[in-house]
Design a protein around this ligand. Structure first.
Ligand code: CMC
Length: 384
């Protein structure tokens, strides 16, 4: 293996081909299903973006309506999933744990083999089940965690509207729904990020979509990936109390911490999703609330300049998570659910990547460089 090149984090490795999305990290451009992000995210509903990823084209009105009802038909959790989610919520486990339970238990909600009509493949049906189940799992967790009963999903609401409905038991406003649609469509897919690649690795063994999604939720949970937006909001709230962004940020960096919501493996400029999300977020911060949006803007510019002093030439700019926090706060999604809501969207990308992987598969199996000992001799346990 000595002639193979070693690239920690696979930063410069092209690990596959995809038609789903592409990123230009120098220009700050993101294309999803052929659409520039700025064209897709403010216009599409989540169902349209999902259909686009699964079928490589937008649905007609009739196709969209059938697709919506197919998806809505898989929303109810199984009794087993609900029981496990209740337990997670009562233990005050993280929402991502509940989402992972939701993914793992989604197999209990898929139709039994004899009930399927044979018209769709198992992988496509599982993809539908995964996307439909995660929001119900997250919302049920949230209700129970707050001492309330889960709110049953409604099949007359869109995917985004139903999620907000299940969280609150109240019909969301059109503005809330549009804000959430824009978020869900902005983050639905993003190249071979860690969770998506996890899903593809699992799918490459010809395992099923629900197993791939379960692994992907695990990868998304980490603070270096999807775990950042909650801490971003904590940061903004702490800075609001503290008063001076510059000093607060400098203190954190002096303490050896990373600033959540900044830096990216691929982007060397501002993440294009930051612009789309901040524009959508601004709608929610009128009047008295505008102070919070202004604070976010100030923190962004202070952080970018502080990071530039610390890491000149590295270009640590705002990533997707910064304005995710601001937008989701505006929409009314609780801070504790930010990462899980990222999963509610990204499951669309994960499933699309699984379908793409199955269609042209080669099992993922890279090499490793051995840096351990060799030639050890065995010492019996009593002599060590
Ligand atoms: N705050 C402070 N320093 C940073 C930051 C940051 N946010 N990001 C990178 N650096 C430093 C880092 O410490 C490193 O310094 P050194 O060379 O002295 O060790 C240098 O910049 C280069 O960083 P890196 O570790 O090579 O960058 P990476 O490509 O491995 O990591 C990242 C990318 C997103 C994990 C990282 O920027 C980070 O930890 N950001 C904060 C967490 C965050 O916002 N995560 C959300 C990621 S975007 C959405 C997603 O993927 O879900």
């Amino acid at each position: 293996d000595s002639d193979l090149s070693f690239d920690p984090g696979l930063e410069h490795v092209l690990a596959g081909e995809t038609r789903l999305s592409t990123i230009d990290g120098e220009a700050g451009e993101l294309v999803i299903g052929g659409f520039p992000l700025e064209e897709l995210a403010p216009n599409a509903t989540y169902e349209e973006a999902l259909y686009l990823l699964w079928n490589d084209r937008l649905p007609t009105e009739e196709e969209l309506s059938t697709f919506r009802s197919d998806l809505a038909a898989h929303r109810d959790l199984s009794d087993g999933a609900l029981a496990a989610i209740r337990e997670a919520a009562e233990r005050r486990d993280d929402a991502m744990d509940a989402e992972r339970i939701g993914a793992a238990c989604a197999s209990l909600a898929r139709p039994a083999e004899e009930d399927t009509d044979g018209e769709v493949t198992t992988h496509e049906r599982d993809a539908m089940v995964a996307v439909a189940q995660l929001p119900t799992a997250v919302a049920a967790y949230w209700r129970v965690a707050n001492g309330e009963e889960p709110v049953a999903p409604r099949d007359d609401l869109t995917h985004a509207a139903n999620y907000l409905w299940m969280l609150t038991g109240e019909e969301p406003t059109d503005e809330q729904v549009r804000g959430l649609e824009t978020y869900l469509c902005s983050v639905i897919d993003h190249g071979f990020n860690a969770s998506t690649y996890t899903a593809r690795v699992v799918a490459s063994t010809e395992s099923d979509v629900l197993s791939a999604v379960t692994g992907a939720v695990g990868a998304l949970k980490g603070p270096l990936h999807g775990g950042a937006p909650g801490p971003v909001l904590d940061m903004l709230e702490e800075i609001a109390d503290h008063g001076d962004p510059q000093t607060w940020l400098t203190d954190r960096l002096d303490a050896g911490e990373r600033l959540m919501g900044f830096g990216h493996r691929v982007y060397r400029v501002r993440d294009p999703r930051a612009a789309v999300l901040s524009e959508a977020a601004e709608e929610f911060y009128a009047g008295e609330e505008s102070a919070f949006f202004d604070l976010a803007r100030d923190v962004e510019s202070a952080a970018v300049s502080v990071l530039d002093e610390r890491k000149p030439g590295r270009s640590l700019e705002t990533n997707v998570e910064f304005y995710t926090a601001v937008l989701l706060r505006g929409v009314g999604v609780p801070r504790e659910l930010f990462s899980a809501t990222f999963g509610v969207s990204r499951v669309g990308g994960w499933t699309a990547h699984c379908l793409e992987q199955y269609a042209d598969n080669r099992i993922v199996r890279p090499r490793s460089r051995y840096v351990g000992e060799t030639g050890r001799t065995w010492t019996p346990v009593g002599e060590r």
